[in-house]
Design a protein around this ligand. Structure first.
Ligand code: G3P
Ligand code: MG
Length: 255
């Protein structure tokens, strides 16, 4: 079983929103294809519904990737389940629904690692809700070793570590929001294990300094040979890619 603490190979190849180059992002179809491609882990985004369920969805609004409108958090799970989350990508995926986190944990059962990225904004109303719910689901599925919890909202990361100290966590570095703040200071403050950043912000010395501080580094989104080779040269620990099959082939070519 995959373990974020002791992966068998590096860089860890993480399927970004599933195998989102070949199937609609954040659907069971994309996750199944990522498993078939041999991805080490799958990254997905989670949000709360109006009735407090955890769904797998990237945007705050439904328009781009479903046939619905409005905000995810303003709809009940039952309403959301009536939408197609795949037709926008290709008609052959029309029957894909917005998955719940529980469905994905059922599908994976530890066959690959999982990175749960918490998107919900930590407002007073739901701040405790989403982290506590994710944490109890991780416990229910005995998924502590193969789940990594991450967020651009660093207080979610801090709270996860307080509830489940054994679970690995990562802070996401936003190029605009976190500019001028030291990623290392933030990681230390939130007790995170990973810093995860976009390729535009990545420098070799950042990786070196992170490793000196026993921090691991993840880079998104790595979809080309050039970017993959750079990640190898820089000793990046995990890459997030829309095309895990291609990156797995590149990694085995280069060993
Ligand atoms: O976790 C890496 C990446 O998923 C963060 O950006 O917008 O694709 O969720 P985004
Ligand atoms: Mg994400």
């Amino acid at each position: 079983m995959f373990s974020w603490k002791q992966p068998q190979t590096r860089p860890i190849i993480v399927a970004h929103r599933g195998a989102s180059a070949v199937a609609p992002e954040n659907t069971l179809a994309a996750f199944s294809r990522a498993i078939d491609a041999g991805a080490d882990a799958i990254e997905l985004d989670v949000r709360l519904t109006r009735d407090g369920e955890i769904v797998v969805f990237h945007d705050s609004h439904l328009q781009r990737t479903t046939n619905g409108r409005g905000k995810v958090e303003e709809h009940s799970l039952a309403d959301l389940r009536r939408l197609s989350a795949g037709a926008w990508f290709h008609r052959s995926f029309s029957s894909e629904m917005i998955p719940t986190l529980e469905e994905v944990l059922e599908l994976l059962r530890g066959r690959t690692g999982l990175n749960i990225e918490i998107k919900t904004i930590p407002l007073r109303r739901n701040r405790i809700g989403i982290v506590e719910r994710c944490s109890s689901m991780i416990q229910q599925y005995h998924a502590e070793s193969y789940v990594l919890v991450s967020s651009f909202h660093h207080q979610h990361v801090n709270l996860t570590k307080r509830i489940l100290p054994v679970v690995m966590t990562g802070i996401l570095i936003h190029p605009l929001k976190h500019i001028g703040r030291s990623a290392f200071q933030a990681a230390h403050k939130e007790k995170a294990d990973f810093i995860i950043l976009g390729g535009g912000a990545l420098r070799k010395n950042v990786v070196g300094k992170a490793h000196e501080r026993r921090l691991e580094v993840g880079e998104f989104t790595v979809n080309t040979r050039r970017r993959f080779e750079r990640a190898l040269r820089y000793n990046v620990d995990a890459i997030f890619t829309d095309d895990p099959g291609r990156m797995i082939r590149l990694r085995s070519e280069m060993k």
